[in-house]
Design a binder for this molecule. Structure first.
Ligand SMILES: C[S@@+](CC[C@H](N)C(=O)[O-])C[C@H]1O[C@@H](n2cnc3c(N)ncnc32)[C@H](O)[C@@H]1O
Length: 273
């Protein structure tokens, strides 16, 4: 999708995935390769993704820049008809300050495009080989962060409130306050033996992934001195199994598959209240 009205210049916001350069999408690699200026954050994005950039293009590290430090590159893109690749970690739609940049580009009349990326919560689920939506156990995934950090939380979005659902949660940006995180998750109603996965720099060479129970969460995070680049997954789906999806059951039919009659009768039986 593109925004803005001007014909020259463009900013492509690109999701770089969780770290490993081969988790970049083909579209992302092509967009980096087509850019005249590549802006990336060395603190969050693996340097290998820059291998896709053309020889001699301008590479800007935004790690120490506020948004105001990046805007001059967007203004220049408009003036000189350049394509800027702005690389974000994971998926740019999640905690990437994407909206404010899109808004500014739109105000300038600069064209934009967004290329999605593999989010860290997907990478962590893959690393521990768990489905986050296990049939009959958890059918929703809540992506959130603990309040009280630099960006205030809107009312009603407290971890404690979300925890009341008892489903799978992915907690971003919260490891530095692991004691409070554990407390809110317990207060919300998860039992202390609820399985957790704590993942530091998932898919980076220094990746560390630890499993623990919710009752051990804060001690585990502290023992490994994890406060940045860490994601926590919590919920019963992380240890559940033995159930099966009705969608893939031989008794379920849809436009492309006929149901096996005996399996269909069996499936009907399981659905009776
Ligand atoms: C500013 S947010 C960006 C999230 C990103 N847009 C995404 O989709 O994963 C940074 C937070 O994402 C999580 N994160 C990002 N990459 C990670 C990785 N490789 N391993 C573990 N956590 C990661 C951590 O919770 C970190 O504090």
């Amino acid at each position: 999708m593109t925004g803005g009205d001007a014909t020259g210049g463009k900013v492509v916001f690109i999701g770089a995935g969780p770290g490993a350069a081969d988790l970049l999408t083909l579209r992302a690699a092509r967009a980096i390769g087509a850019a005249d200026v590549v802006i990336w954050a060395s603190s969050l994005v693996h340097p290998d993704v820059l291998e896709h950039a053309r020889e001699g293009v301008e590479i800007v590290d935004s790690a120490a820049l506020p948004m105001e430090g990046v805007l001059p590159y967007y203004e220049r893109a408009l003036r000189e008809g350049l394509t800027v690749a702005r690389i974000h970690s994971g998926d740019p739609a999640l905690w990437g300050a994407l909206q404010e940049q899109l808004d500014r580009c739109r105000e300038m009349g600069l064209r934009t495009e967004v290329v999605p990326g593999v989010s860290s919560f997907s990478a962590v689920a893959a690393a521990v080989q768990r489905e986050l939506t296990v049939p009959e156990v958890a059918q929703s995934v809540i992506l959130t962060r603990l309040g009280g950090g630099r960006t205030p939380m809107p009312p009603g979005e407290e971890v404690r409130r979300f925890a009341e659902h008892g489903t799978t949660m992915a907690l971003f940006l919260s490891a530095a306050r692991s004691r409070r995180l554990q407390q809110e998750l317990l207060e919300g109603g998860y039992p202390p033996d609820t399985p957790c996965v704590v993942a530091y720099r998932c898919t980076w060479p220094e990746e560390l992934i630890v499993r623990c129970t919710l009752g051990e969460l804060a001690d585990t995070v502290k023992a490994h001195r994890l406060w940045r680049h860490t994601l926590v997954l919590v919920g019963p789906a992380l240890a559940a199994g033995g159930t099966r999806s009705h969608l893939y059951h031989p008794g379920h039919f849809h436009g492309f598959r006929r149901a096996d009659p005996a399996a269909r009768a069996e499936l009907r039986e399981t659905r009776r209240p």
